[in-house]
Design a protein around this ligand. Structure first.
Ligand SMILES: NC(=O)c1ccc[n+]([C@@H]2O[C@H](COP(=O)([O-])OP(=O)(O)OC[C@H]3O[C@@H](n4cnc5c(N)ncnc54)[C@H](OP(=O)(O)O)[C@@H]3O)[C@@H](O)[C@H]2O)c1
Length: 258
């Protein structure tokens, strides 16, 4: 690998890494020599991911720290545990997210608030708590947020999620302006459909049933998103600040009549 694409020696906190894109990213970073903090609300699952990393010959080490990103105290404890174990936070990946499908009129107030809480407030907590730690370290860093094409294009059956993810895109730009002077680069990824357990449960699609050779451009792999996370965490993206990279496998205007 070209040196500028490497995350070797970094410490990365990857929220929502018990499965899906987060777990694949954690393993990828450890493959490359980064120490990773595997975190979600489910201790048993994050223990499994961390053990898989530590029991392998990957050069990076992992710890598992339970955290609910909706709870600021929990996020503060996550960052404290990271610093205690690895001495610093160099990269914060605000990947934790969730949704459910429903038409707008069928979304209860509680359902709306829950989805906004996880996707938007969770990102706010992660970015601010990790960002303040990075400022204290005075060694710069990277923050990578997760939006969705539902946030950039709208979504008939996930309007709560789309609204929260649109806010994450906007927050990324605002945050990048606040943190640029501290050498902290903030960027965002907006994936289209990616084959993960989350998609399977939300949309009734089983990624295992998808024949990539037939619809290679309609459903991405978690590994393809992890590639972008690594790029944004590495020096290879040093001139990219405050941007949202869309990855959806099809040209943006494919369905458009324009
Ligand atoms: N897959 C896609 O098609 C797709 C498309 C666009 C955007 N995205 C975004 O990409 C990111 C990853 O997606 P994915 O499909 O890999 O997700 P996933 O398979 O559904 O996994 C979600 C992860 O987030 C964690 N999580 C959920 N609520 C949490 C909370 N309150 N606090 C902490 N962790 C929480 C889950 O673990 P616990 O349940 O154990 O907490 C799990 O580790 C998300 O932000 C998602 O919105 C995904």
């Amino acid at each position: 690998m070209l040196e500028q694409f490497s995350v070797d020696g970094n410490t990365a906190v990857i929220t929502g890494s018990s499965q899906g894109i987060g777990a694949v990213t954690a393993k990828r970073f450890a493959d490359d020599g980064a120490n990773v903090v595997v975190t979600s609300r489910t201790q048993e699952k994050i223990d499994e991911v961390a053990a898989e990393i530590n029991d392998s010959d990957r050069p990076g080490e992992a710890i598992a720290v339970e955290c609910d990103v909706r709870d600021r105290d929990s996020v503060e404890a996550l960052i404290e545990a990271t610093v205690e174990e690895f001495g610093a936070v160099d990269c914060m990946v605000n990947n934790a997210g969730a949704s459910f499908m429903a038409g707008f009129d069928d979304i209860s107030e509680n359902g709306w608030k829950t989805i906004v809480d996880i996707n938007l407030h969770g990102t706010f907590h992660g970015a601010q708590v990790a960002g303040q730690q990075m400022q204290q370290q005075e060694s710069g860093g990277t923050i990578i947020n997760f939006a969705s094409v539902a946030g950039t294009m709208g979504s008939q059956y996930m309007s709560h999620y789309g609204a929260a993810k649109a806010a994450v895109v906007n927050l990324t730009t605002s945050l990048s302006a606040n943190y640029a002077d501290h050498d902290i680069r903030v960027n965002c990824i907006a994936p289209g459909l990616v084959g993960t357990a989350g998609v399977a449960s939300q949309m009734g699609l089983d990624p295992a049933d998808v024949d990539r050779s037939d619809i290679a451009k309609e459903m991405g792999l978690p590994e393809e998103i992890a590639d972008i996370v690594q790029f944004l965490a590495s020096d290879a993206s040093s001139y990219i600040v405050g941007e949202t990279i869309t990855a959806q496998g099809v040209p943006p205007l494919e369905d458009s009549q324009l």
